[in-house]
Design a protein. Structure first.
Length: 327
């Protein structure tokens, strides 16, 4: 009898241990997943994340359907830009509604608690705009050659979506990128009007159609063009706040900064400007201002101990590299 009780007790102990182990595993997995979401992808964390505003694309195509392809293309582009995590994306299409809501909350009829503070809307550095110049099925020599390359024979039409993309630096007004980009997909011999008459733009069914596939290809090319133009600037931690014995710097878990790592603060050398043309010829060497060592890493900032130097808000850092020759 006692032996049976001991066996039951041991079995219960094993079950409880297994359950606790499973709960611990789930808890640790959840923590790991949460941390991984905070860390930017390796392909992103080394670069600056520019703030961009995306406008509706101008529709230069005549369509019989009530498709708002200008806004639809904008929405698809915004979705892909946000998903890449390379950008902070703002949309200006609903800005009027946002401003109206902020103004409405200032009314004395609304309670003070929970009011949105004014003056907090983000400023964009770049403006993304464009136009849609083709959105149809076409046929012809070049298109037939395209279909032949895909191994689809020379018969049938091809869906063609073409856009002209502009990336504008808002501060200077300079157009930093301007490209005509196209997406294509084999369409066969389907009748355009009959086939698309019951398909809504932007839905899952649409993206299974030839035009939907061509649209996605065009958007993919837009993403690559934007990346080449504005997403290649290297990111550096910066001084956020200076205290007595330590400083707060930008970048934390999100940028995979590590406790114990040392960083050198520097200021860019002065620009060398041609007195005749006003062109920038280059810059003088950077000025080293101090060294810090990270002691604590938060989600988006870190605390660092001052080893040497004096610091000001905005100064950049780069990794401290020991000169082997000096040892």
């Amino acid at each position: 009898m006692l032996s049976t009780i001991n066996k039951i007790s041991m079995a219960r102990h094993r079950i409880i241990t297994a359950i606790l182990s499973l709960l611990l595993f789930i808890s640790l997995s959840g923590c790991a997943a949460l941390t991984s979401k905070k860390v930017l992808p390796r392909s992103v964390r080394a670069y600056e994340i520019p703030t961009i505003a995306v406008l509706d694309f101008e529709n230069k195509v005549q369509l019989r359907y009530k498709w708002n392809i200008g806004r639809g293309v904008r929405d698809l582009l915004v979705d892909e830009l946000v998903r890449s995590r390379h950008y902070e994306v703002l949309t200006r299409s609903e800005l009027g509604s946002v401003i109206n809501e902020i103004e409405t909350q200032k009314s004395p009829y609304f309670r003070k608690e929970g009011k949105v503070a004014s003056g907090k809307l983000k400023n964009a550095k770049y403006l993304i705009k464009g136009s849609i110049t083709d959105f149809t099925h076409v046929a012809g020599g070049g298109i037939r050659a395209f279909a032949s390359k895909l191994g689809l024979g020379i018969g049938g039409d091809v869906a063609l979506v073409s856009v002209t993309l502009y990336v504008i630096d808002i501060e200077s007004g300079e157009v930093v990128a301007s490209e005509s980009l196209s997406g294509k997909a084999y369409a066969g011999n389907i009748k355009f009007e009959a086939f698309y008459s019951k398909v809504g733009f932007g839905g899952k069914a649409f993206y299974r159609t030839p035009l939907g596939k061509a649209t996605k290809e065009a958007i993919s090319k837009c993403i690559k063009s934007i990346s080449r133009a504005i997403a290649q600037n290297k990111w550096h931690p910066r001084v956020v706040k200076v205290n007595n014995s330590n400083i707060i710097i930008s970048g934390g878990i999100d940028r995979a900064l590590k406790t114990g790592s040392k960083w050198v603060a520097y200021e860019k050398g002065a620009e060398l400007i041609d007195p005749a043309s006003g062109d920038i010829l280059g810059t003088e060497e950077d000025i080293i201002v101090g060294i810090v060592q990270i002691t604590e890493v938060k989600d988006k900032h870190s605390i660092a101990e001052i080893i040497s130097g004096e610091f000001e808000v905005g100064q950049k850092f780069r990794p401290y590299i020991v000169n082997k020759d000096s040892k």
